[in-house]
Design a protein around this ligand. Structure first.
Ligand code: MRU
Length: 365
């Protein structure tokens, strides 16, 4: 994506020093555009758990580079143990997104049985780079497939504006490039479709308000910020033509884990006969778990609900309290949308029914 005319991915290797990984600090967006440097696996794990980087695809790519940084620092006599420790550290940072563990396992598999430190460093680097490149490529193809759905709706409306509702940030910032839920929007826009996006604010981290709105503004896509509770009302009023969200983990049977609040949007969509699509690369699919309710759901600190941080008019950040001191708060990061509420999954291989046989067929499993 372009920021003020310069193309950025969300993660990249310092061109002057391959031992440094660069990421955009997403905690500060849209108020400040700061680039952080990661040089150790501990820093990488901290960046993932503290939400410097977030979104299923990006935390997968970041974890893969974390394994490379671990290989650079590993003791030549304890390579296997050091790499296993790094894998455990990274995997424990955020439990829900499948992409994270998938990426770590992929790097581990690429160096399994190897003992030469130089070869391990080279292989971990190549694998992390492949994970990042693939992520961007998958999202671009998700865009191509999803754009056909949007074009279909535009044709039904005789070229009228297509209103799409999205939740959280399943955009460029949640991946390495393009995004999942936003990629079809960009691709359809490029084909001349008139699109407007309803953006859920997405409490408590406000990924919609802070990140999705910022992305859409940079892409000149018409959009309107709404409260998390407004979607059902808009659907009843006929103001939503389709919903597209991302996913942190989708079972091979079609149940979808995504940002908390997604399930309520899916219920409202079903009641109002609004198509509800989930855009995801295959790295998000869990081929082991059969039931969505078995997906581990991350629980984060209650202070993320009871406090909020933002800048004043001078740009100075302040954290303020939203409720009485000591108020108990329960902060689940994700919820499960059952397959029966999902119209289709938009993947890099095409759009597929959220159903075991159809998914297995598409991916040759
Ligand atoms: O807690 P976050 O910001 O990492 O959650 C992100 C989401 O829920 C996205 O919708 C999700 O990752 C799917 S798109 C990668």
């Amino acid at each position: 994506m372009k920021i003020n005319g310069t193309h950025y991915r969300t993660i990249w290797v310092d061109p002057d020093n391959r031992r440094r990984i660069k990421v955009i600090d997403q905690r500060l967006l849209p108020h400040q555009f700061i680039i952080n440097e990661l040089v150790t696996v501990e820093e990488t794990a901290g960046a993932i758990s503290d939400m410097v980087v977030r979104g299923a695809g990006l935390i997968g790519a970041t974890a893969a580079y974390g394994m490379y940084l671990a290989a650079l620092a590993a003791h030549p006599k304890r390579l296997t143990e050091d790499m296993a420790r790094a894998a455990a550290l990274l995997t424990a940072t955020r439990p829900t997104a499948r992409n994270l563990a998938w990426a770590v396992e992929r790097v581990q598999a690429a160096v399994a049985g190897m003992t030469d430190p130089a070869v391990i460093q080279q292989r971990t680097f190549a694998t992390a780079t492949a994970v990042a490149d693939e992520d961007a490529g998958f999202c671009r193809r998700i865009g191509e497939h999803g754009a056909q759905l949007i074009k279909h709706i535009a044709a039904r409306k005789s070229g009228g504006r297509v209103n799409i509702l999205t939740h959280c940030n399943a955009g460029w910032l949640a991946f390495v490039d393009y995004g999942s839920a936003t990629a079809p929007i960009y691709a359809a826009r490029d084909e001349g479709i008139d699109i407007h996006v309803w953006v859920d604010e997405t409490r408590p981290w406000n990924q919609g308000a802070r990140l999705t709105c910022w992305e859409l503004a940079h892409e000149n896509i018409a959009h309107t910020l709404i409260t998390d509770n407004a979607g059902g009302h808009l659907m009843q009023q006929g103001l939503v033509d389709m919903v597209i969200v991302g996913s942190d983990r989708t079972t091979h049977t079609g149940d979808v884990a995504n940002k908390i609040g997604t399930y309520l949007k899916a219920l409202a969509a079903k009641d109002n006969m609004v198509p509800f699509y989930v855009a995801l690369p295959s790295s998000t699919i869990d081929w082991e778990i059969d039931r969505g309710k078995d997906i581990p759901i991350e629980e984060r600190s209650g202070t993320e609900i009871t406090q909020i941080t933002g800048p004043d008019d001078a740009g100075i950040l302040h954290t303020v309290h939203l409720c009485a001191p000591g108020t108990a708060a329960l902060n689940y990061g994700f919820d499960i949308t059952p397959a029966r509420l999902v119209t289709g999954l938009i993947t890099e291989r095409g759009v597929v029914a959220p159903e075991k046989q159809a998914i297995a067929r598409l991916f040759g499993r």
